[in-house]
Design a protein around this ligand. Sequence first.
Ligand code: PLP
Length: 410
Amino acid sequence: MNAPAVAIDWNAVRADFPLLTREVHGKPLIYFDSANTGQKPEAVIAAVDDFYRRHNANVSRAVHALGTEATEAYEGARTKLAKFLNVRADELVLCSGTTFALNLVAYSWALPRLRPGDAIVLTRMEHHANIVPWQLVAQRTGATIKVAEIDELGQLDLPQLYSLLTPEVKLLALTHVSNVLGTVNPVREICREARKRGIVSLIDGSQAAPHRALDIAAIGCDFYAITGHKMNGPTGTGALWARREHLAQMPPFLGGGEMIKEVRFEGTVFNDAPHKFEAGTPNIAGFVGLGAAVDYLSALGMSHIEAREQALLDYATRALSEVPGLRIFGRAPEKAAVISFLVEGAHAHDLATLLDLEGVAIRSGHHCAHPLMHHFGVPATCRASLAYYNTFDEVDAFVAALTKVRTLLA
Ligand code: PLP
């Protein structure tokens, strides 16, 4: 992480987010659930609004002016996103989010390739979106799943992970940043080890893309998935980046309009990648909004965002460590601004419900990570996830509210 080059007025940045001015249960909202979904700046809301007011038409079909404008706006978003991720635009499949992206790889790349005796390596800290598609593939192909474990800090046990990368392993799929522990995995090093052994690697970047500068080309993976709503963009947007050679070999996942060159009853000639994976009318306005989100994040600078969130994380971790009976799950040195915790004697949902009454929105539950909950022997945790638009005062108010509700439950 580079040191911030310029001072940013974070209060002015916060003012860009209309929702953050509202109250909940008569208290100022403290939104600490950005790992679940990010809030949207005015620029994103305005871009979606402007698209529907002035440019709405379908893409790649109509020759009229609006059709051209809509197509340019949609393809413009692809170009912006590709630049943001440092990849080629023609290697970026636009889709509804990470879940779709991972299923696309599962059905289109893995299903036709994997055989009985093959193996897929996952890690203990995966989101269900990066577990269940591989279980479906394993059931249908006879492949098996092996799991890389974590240490007491919530980091991947790298020697154990590398020991799993044996010749029968065809795919290694892991998250860049854990949505529960906040752990930032050394994906560059891990993908290098996979590549050395001829293993294809896939990174779930859902929790990385909103918080740090990404250079997918430098990571050296084969597939990288992102989801737009966590990047301050609209829901129902996301992307899969894949190496060109994979996209060329993968059959389409869904058939329909937009993904073809010519259709006859005798057979169909598919469009080139990435369009052959984008059947049907896409979420055009959503991608226009995601393009605006990428502009917004880029203007702030991802190194500034990362530094701001790191400062908030350090401050919040110190403050929470003072709360009696509070246990934090995940203390990796390389960590994003996600703090999972439990307070002795209090159920996670009770804590989150009482905090909601204080205006504090945190998540409680299994965070779509059952295997990680099993590892810790708990059914649920609370999770406070911070973003650059949060403030140190909010952290203070959150800790004060937590201290108050904790005594109600004790
Ligand atoms: N992977 C991780 C690490 C996540 O945190 C999430 C969402 O919480 C997903 C995948 C799924 O993303 P989406 O529901 O946007 O497809």
